[in-house]
Design a protein around this ligand. Structure first.
Ligand code: NAD
Length: 355
């Protein structure tokens, strides 16, 4: 297969971690006979320096004409004083809106080799943590009317059936590619929008008989994520609930440098990025952990290119690398051997085998 990938290296550690992700993609291409063509896109602080704009139209267009977008991270102190609408993060918002990505997918996975890093009790961690939160990204209360009149403030939470349906489908499709269990999270004991949410999810469920659908109230879900995370496969929820639950879920896995994410819309062209920022404090030192970026590339293969075996091969290579006791500084512990960012990428490539 031939795939065209727009590559946004961005700022800070972005270029370092993306180089490692591309190394791994090149190895996958060689093993499986694919061709990945990369187009570099300037976004964020580096684009402000070059064009005076965090995402000029011509750079956005490169993303829109690609098969998918791989992003490192943007931002840094250097651009703190630029006007709000020209800040590096504005490039990211413009990119998400331009691509129409309404679904943010964030896995919460604990690698058994790193189980000590979780703040949860060992007995809970030992049950396994491996689920995905599918969050609606461009609707709900964050996008409703906001107003303050005197001593009263109002934020409007509105969802239409079609908005719920399109994110619901992503939830079902994601579950179908994993453990086939979907938990729909809402607050239907109080909110009309949640009752509509629940109704649409159950209507959709008839089209996905192979996926087991369950309902959970959001307050209960927040408890269950720390009490019994092993019960979850895929969680689908609205924008604000997803915002809060996905941060809770990433915390229980223990390491920010290891977590990938994807954002998808109506087409297979997705945006893939690690959840961390540009980490200016460690940029240019070859010490960043590139695994979040490498696993983001694996998500791209699975969700945008339908390359399940290739994605699994990357995940297995990461697992073997961790098995061998090698660690970047952020996940270093006693008895392990320290490696840098570039070496980490090399080792994961060495461990890649055709599945
Ligand atoms: P950050 O995620 O960049 O860093 C937080 C801490 O985690 C730092 O100590 C950093 O060294 C460490 N860290 C992060 N990623 C790591 C990795 N891969 N390996 C090892 N250690 C890692 O968050 P921050 O410091 O709040 O933000 C720095 C900049 O990044 C800001 O300008 C912020 O706006 C931007 N940011 C960008 C994105 C994005 O591009 N999607 C997301 C969040 C923050």
């Amino acid at each position: 297969m031939v795939k065209n990938i727009a590559v946004i290296r961005g700022d800070g550690i972005g270029p370092e971690i993306i180089s490692e992700a591309l190394k791994v993609l090149d190895k996958v291409a060689a093993l499986y006979g694919h061709t990945f063509n990369y187009t570099d896109v300037d976004m964020g602080g580096c684009a402000i320096d070059k064009y005076g704009d965090p995402l000029p139209e011509h750079e956005l267009n490169k993303c829109l004409s690609s098969d998918s977008v791989l992003l490192g991270a943007v931002g840094g102190d250097k651009w703190n004083d630029v006007p709000g609408n020209m800040r590096p993060e504005k490039g990211l918002l413009r990119l998400r809106a331009g691509m129409g990505v309404y679904s943010n997918n964030r896995p919460a996975k604990i690698w058994r080799q790193l189980s000590d890093a979780s703040p949860l009790k060992k007995s809970i961690v030992d049950e396994g943590i491996d689920f995905i939160i599918v969050r609606e990204l461009i609707g709900g209360i964050y996008f409703g009317e906001h107003k303050t009149e005197g001593d009263t403030a109002v934020d409007v939470l509105r969802y239409s059936e079609s908005e719920i349906e399109r994110i619901g489908r992503i939830g079902f499709e994601t579950a179908r590619k994993r453990g086939k269990k979907l938990c729909s999270v809402e607050k239907s004991n109080v909110l009309d929008s949640s009752r509509l949410w629940k109704k649409v999810m159950h209507r959709l469920s008839a089209e996905y008989p192979d996926v087991e659908l369950s309902d959970m109230l959001v307050d209960n879900c927040a408890m269950q994520i720390v009490k019994n995370p092993a019960q979850f496969d895929v969680i689908v929820t609205e924008n604000m609930f997803g915002d809060i639950l996905s941060d809770e879920a990433s915390m229980i896995t223990g390491s920010i440098g290891m977590i990938p994410s994807s954002s998808l819309g109506a087409t297979s062209c997705g945006l893939y990025e690690p959840i961390h920022g540009s980490a200016p404090d460690i940029a240019g030192k070859d010490i960043a952990n590139p695994v979040g970026a490498i696993l983001s590339a694996a998500m791209m293969l699975r969700f945008s290119f339908d390359m399940e075996n290739e994605a699994t091969a990357i995940e297995n290579a990461v697992s073997k690398y961790l098995d061998s006791g090698l660690r970047t500084a952020d996940i270093m512990s006693e008895g392990m051997t320290l490696v840098g960012c570039s070496k980490c990428g090399d080792l994961i490539c060495d461990n890649l085998r055709k599945e």
